[in-house]
Design a binder for this molecule. Structure first.
Ligand code: SIN
Ligand code: MN
Length: 212
């Protein structure tokens, strides 16, 4: 494990190469088991009726893409309760936050699988509890597989944006003044992930506090 940290802007910290290849392999296997298990992958349909360009699974609490609220069951899909957030994954996210100089006790994780043409539009993560947002409690993001062109903007949609390449094993932590920055994924760089992962595309896990 490396704890090399790059502060992209105040409160937004890139942790390149945080996970070793072995750790990435273990996590990729885990993500596949979660996604193909009970209450596994689905493609969310957002409020406007469009389908997201990722397959999603929530752990600990369900993010409803129609209401933009966290809920106890997948009311916008199949009504199933989400699987619990595993304690070891929560502990990993807490450690990453600490290594980035922040503090997180996550109660939810959103696991996304991006296919080779997966992407995510510019948005803010602002559906967690107001106390979490006010305190700047960070989001911790972990990337596995193909490198993503991650876009980080400002607090308004039109502000200038920077691109951060998130490679397999990288962490990205955004809290404090950066907690409500707009962000998204413009594209993947297909075929750039370690072949040992046997992963077509990318997994991204975002750990959050204040969903329940
Ligand atoms: C997200 O914003 O929820 C996901 C970001 C990513 O995939 O890197
Ligand atoms: Mn987000």
């Amino acid at each position: 494990m490396s704890t090399h940290r790059i502060e992209v802007c105040p409160g937004a910290v890139h942790l390149p190469g945080y996970l070793s290849l072995d750790e990435q392999c273990v996590l990729a296997t885990r993500c596949l088991a979660i996604g193909t298990g009970p209450a596994g992958w689905y493609v969310p349909t957002v409020r406007g009726g469009g389908k997201m360009r990722v397959h999603m699974v929530c752990l600990g609490s369900h993010w409803n893409a129609r209401t933009y609220r966290y809920e106890a069951t997948r009311r916008d899909y199949d009504g199933l309760p989400p699987a619990p957030l595993p304690a070891d994954l929560a502990a990993l996210a807490s450690k990453m936050a600490t290594d980035a100089g922040m503090c997180l006790s996550p109660d939810v994780c959103i696991l996304n699988h991006y296919g080779p043409d997966g992407k995510m539009g510019l948005h803010q993560d602002k559906d967690e509890h107001p106390d979490t947002l006010d305190a700047g409690v960070p989001i911790v993001s972990v990337s596995i597989g193909d490198t993503a062109k991650f876009i980080l903007g400002g607090l308004a949609r039109k502000e200038p944006k920077t691109m951060v390449l998130l490679a397999s094993g990288d962490g990205f932590v955004f809290g404090g003044q950066s907690r409500l920055r707009y962000h998204g994924v413009a594209a993947l760089l297909p075929g750039t992930g370690p072949p040992e992962l046997e992963l077509n595309g990318r997994y991204n896990l975002t750990f959050r506090q204040g969903a329940v």
